[in-house]
Write a protein that binds this ligand. Structure first.
Ligand SMILES: [Zn+2]
Length: 250
């Protein structure tokens, strides 16, 4: 099974004691690509360091809405020029936890979208309880490639995202008992989705609550396969091919 991990935070302190062992074990277990996601200054630098250390690890650069207050455009431009920075993200809006004021979140989201358009880089979007504003701001800039990371909307919202030509990526939350994402998975075209762990968060069932890592992607792949009535191998391959084209132009 060929697996592409599109969203990991392996720089997280929860991996302090065994980070290298986890990453090496991933490559031995069929995970051919990992994108480590930047959320602010430090995590962007740490993601780049991991990408420099491991050939199969790539990185993104960006300011998460929680960290919008510390936004630094010059820093972001400089990091985005690194050859292993293959996306701008995760960026977006979070009206659930409101760790930055709404106006600042929107302003920083717009500035980063502008940069992504200039650099022709894919955008990794974080959206929490900001559906309408998120769509509207994305439509202002029309980046060529957009993925809604950790999609949690309903089927109507998914259709809006898909109609724009954008992508949806699924985490371990699709395996939870209270998940209502089955309908979204059923309708999503085979060429418009990815899988991701968002590790160390969101460990899939039956590991919920534990530290997550990319080796658990198989639970997410199996769930998608079950809902779509295809083999896990095919589900993994579809996501893999989509991610390769989207992030690496291959
Ligand atoms: Zn994340």
């Amino acid at each position: 099974m060929k697996i592409f991990e599109t969203h990991a935070h392996l720089d997280h302190p929860q991996f302090a004691s065994d980070r290298d062992a986890v990453i090496k074990s991933c490559s031995q277990q069929g995970i051919d690509f990992i994108i480590n996601i930047g959320c602010d200054k430090q995590t962007t630098l740490d993601s780049i360091a991991l990408a420099e250390k491991y050939e199969f690890v790539y990185a993104s650069a960006g300011y998460h809405p929680h960290d919008a207050k510390e936004f630094d455009l010059d820093f972001l431009k400089k990091q985005a020029a690194h050859p292993k920075i293959i996306a701008i993200g995760e960026i977006g809006l979070d009206y659930y936890r409101y760790l930055s004021p709404k106006a600042i979140q929107q302003d920083v989201f717009r500035k980063q979208l502008q940069l992504a358009v200039e650099l022709k880089k894919p955008v990794v979007v974080h959206n929490r309880e900001a559906n309408e504003d998120c769509l509207q701001i994305l439509r202002e800039f029309k980046p060529e490639k957009v993925v809604y990371h950790c999609f949690s909307g309903d089927v109507f919202y998914a259709r809006e995202v898909l109609m724009e030509g954008w992508f949806i990526s699924f985490t371990g939350n699709i395996t939870y008992k209270n998940s209502n994402l089955a309908e979204v998975i059923r309708i999503i075209p085979f060429d418009r989705y990815f899988v991701e762990t968002d590790c160390p968060y969101l460990a899939p069932h039956p590991l919920r609550g534990k530290r997550n890592d990319p080796r658990n992607l198989r639970y997410i792949i199996e769930k998608i396969a079950e809902i779509k009535g295809i083999s896990p191998k095919l589900a993994a391959e579809q996501s893999y091919r989509n991610a390769l084209k989207f992030f690496l132009n291959k």
